[in-house]
Design a protein around this ligand. Structure first.
Ligand SMILES: [Zn+2]
Length: 199
């Protein structure tokens, strides 16, 4: 077997990205190499700049070029409301609706027996600490309507209720059972936010 050259390594790296397989990875690699000025060079620059400047927000887990992130630093956000999401993609999905003006907390995933995700692997302790510090009146559990998402919501409800008097709500109408939050349209997420219900 011949040694993998740079092109093989590039194709393998592309094929490992979400939504791509070997066939699309080969097409992308060829496209990049046949239009270097237009696509390859800007992509290299964007990747290097992203790697250099984008950081994880120590407060909410969002990705941004400032620490804390722009949402956490903003004076125009309601600091009494915290929206708990599984990951940054879900945070951005809620943020795109423009229907929410509070703060966020990214868990970094959801509890899953199948995937071996246990509470200590998620950012649950930092969430409880934020609530314990005071000033937060409502925690919105904006988790996917999947078995794992809802199991995580139940677990968080128990842990949050033990912290003291905080209103705990979850997304209601609009999120289909078994639906992934990141795949929903903005209107559905906005409706679900407006019709959130107490647990
Ligand atoms: Zn933040």
């Amino acid at each position: 077997m011949r040694e993998a050259g740079p092109l093989d390594i590039l194709i393998r790296a592309l094929a490992g990205l979400p939504g791509l397989g070997p066939r699309s990875a080969r097409r992308i690699a060829l496209h990049l190499l046949t239009s270097r000025e237009k696509t390859l060079h800007p992509l290299i620059a964007a990747l290097q700049e992203t790697e250099r400047s984008v950081r994880v927000c120590p407060l909410c887990g969002n990705l941004d070029t400032t620490e804390p992130c722009r949402i956490c630093r903003s004076d125009n956000r309601n600091r009494a409301v915290l929206c708990v999401v599984a990951n940054v993609a879900d945070l951005w999905a809620v943020e795109r609706t423009g229907a929410y003006k509070g703060l966020y907390h990214c868990l970094g995933g959801v509890l899953s027996a199948l995937d071996g995700m246990t509470p200590d692997m998620l950012r649950i302790m930092p969430l409880l600490e934020r609530v314990r510090e005071g000033g937060i009146e409502e925690v919105i559990l904006a988790l996917s309507a999947t078995v794992d998402g809802q199991a995580t919501a139940h677990y968080l409800t128990d842990r949050l209720q033990a912290e003291g008097p905080v209103r705990i709500t979850r997304l209601a109408h609009g999120v289909p059972v078994g639906g992934e939050l990141d795949y929903l349209d903005d209107g559905t997420i906005a409706t679900a936010l407006k019709s959130r219900a107490s647990l």
